[in-house]
Design a protein around this ligand. Sequence first.
Ligand code: ADP
Ligand code: ADP
Length: 226
Amino acid sequence: ATKLELDKVYKIYGDGSIAVSNFNLQVLDKEFIVLVGPSGCGKSTTLRMIAGLEEISEGELRIKGKVMNNVPPKDRDIAMVFQNYALYQHKSVYENMAFGLKLRKLPKDEIKKLVNNAATILGLEDHLNKKPKDLSGGQQQRVALGRAIVRDAELFLMDEPLSNLDAKLRVQMRAEITKLHQRLNTTTVYVTHDQTEAMTMATRLVVMKDGFIQQIGSPKEVYENP
Ligand code: ADP
Ligand code: ADP
């Protein structure tokens, strides 16, 4: 089934610059879509429009067939992971992962179960009482992933989540995120400027340039027709 649709979507910023032009994409349930292209090509703007963090200038965004253009971020069933992790520095790992669930007023037992389960999946079970500053970069990014997966959202959005990690860890985390996706099957839109990352992680790639879609296809299709 179609999970997410962008239909002739445009983003024109206040200064008149056109960041995204005629963006058309249908994302199926469980896909892992990677938006790839050089810095400034409109990847992040596109992701932020899907999240509701940026207004859509023209066109339509639909999630499960419902028009979402004017739905505020908090009313979208979306979990987002950012490049800089965006963790609460004064809260423990446990509290960082539990925070969104507390806001949603889930029962304490339920929160405990969800957080502990996510911690186990991500190998954070021994770090729950630590503060982010006492973790490595990879562990901090796992906490950010944990905060996303406990939400059990219908859509994951990831904006360059591995860019702050060193090369070795980046390769390791690619594999971990792929495994996580195979386990949870959550529909994902993932942004990166790194072509190798895109090729190894995507079920389908959306190659962007200057705000336009240049190419859409499987890694194999894009590799064979560059
Ligand atoms: P990417 O994520 O591919 O690096 P962005 O979506 O961040 O690209 O940016 C796309 C274009 O929109 C760039 O030319 C950028 O300078 C411009 N842009 C991004 N944010 C703003 C903004 N708030 N106001 C004006 N222009 C912006
Ligand atoms: P509060 O409403 O005070 O945040 P919680 O029960 O959510 O109450 O958490 C109390 C403290 O216990 C928090 O500091 C949290 O870090 C810790 N904590 C709760 N459950 C666990 C757990 N399974 N593992 C480690 N620490 C936990």
